[in-house]
Design a protein around this ligand. Structure first.
Ligand SMILES: [Mg+2]
Length: 263
């Protein structure tokens, strides 16, 4: 029996991920045998379980979870860094572009889009990389230090979308649950440095909304925009709390995020 060709190993990794440490072999007839000496059945079960768990998260069936299940930490790492997350982001943005190609911003300048900031415009994957990709409980002080540094890279697919929205004449409002007093300057600097320039307003959580659920805060901010006469044509966020509630817009789009849940 000979060792599997590179292409066979890549095929196997496609299904089982890089962490599987596969030893795939090919018999003299060219058939791939299932010699996966270190891929235990338990591991295969975890992979299947974790895929189902991630679908439940993205579909808003799993709620109020505090950490990524221990057996899925490696799976989430593979998802975030192995290419599938970027592929999923591109697919979401491609679908949004199909939608925006069919609509026009009116000349009164009142057609608006809402974008969330954390893990929608700006990526915190580097921060979560050191925290087991959401396997560790949320640490508000550590996240504060990270966010104050203002070094989160743009999510490139969303930056591409952002450019299209500005180009088509939509007013873009960035609404984030970050505390305004603490994070305004670092967030604004971070957004500008990453190419998010020309938005209409960066709306952050004022003292009045401290401790209030994101859905309540963001609903109130959208309601205010509608009261000002803006028509919300689309809304994009990585959390369902960005997208549900009042004045949700003509359409909303969910950016993938299996690392944490914001109520
Ligand atoms: Mg977010």
């Amino acid at each position: 029996m000979r060792r599997a060709r590179k292409s066979d190993q890549n095929l196997a990794r496609l299904y089982f991920g890089n962490s599987a440490e596969l030893e795939v072999s090919v018999n003299p007839d060219g058939e791939i045998s299932s010699e996966r000496s270190r891929l235990s059945s338990a591991m295969a079960f975890d992979m299947s379980y974790c895929l189902s768990w991630r679908v439940a998260v993205e579909a808003n069936n799993a709620r109020a979870w505090r950490t990524v299940p221990a057996q899925c930490v490696r799976y989430v790492e593979d998802y975030m860094l192995g290419g599938q997350y970027c592929r999923d982001l591109d697919t979401v943005v491609d679908q949004i572009c199909v939608y925006i190609n069919g609509i026009t911003a009116a000349s009164d300048g009142m057609d608006a889009w809402i974008l969330d900031v954390d893990d929608t415009c700006l990526s915190n994957t580097l921060y979560y990389k050191d925290r087991h990709f959401g396997g560790d409980p949320f640490d508000p002080m550590a996240f504060k230090s990270w966010a104050l540094r203002g070094i989160s890279p743009a999510i490139l697919a969303v930056l591409r979308l952002y450019g299209r929205l500005i180009e088509k004449g939509f007013k873009v409002f960035l609404i984030t649950g970050r505390d305004e007093e603490v994070f305004y300057l670092s967030t604004e600097h971070n957004l500008h440095a990453q190419g998010f320039i020309g938005y209409e307003r960066l709306i952050m959580r004022s003292a009045e909304y401290r401790g209030v659920a994101a859905t309540v805060f963001k609903s109130a901010m959208r309601k205010q925009l509608v009261a000002e006469g803006f028509r919300i044509r689309g809304n994009v966020g990585d959390q369902w709390s960005d997208l549900l509630g009042d004045c949700t817009g003509d359409r909303f789009f969910k950016i993938p995020n299996p690392m944490y849940f914001v109520p």
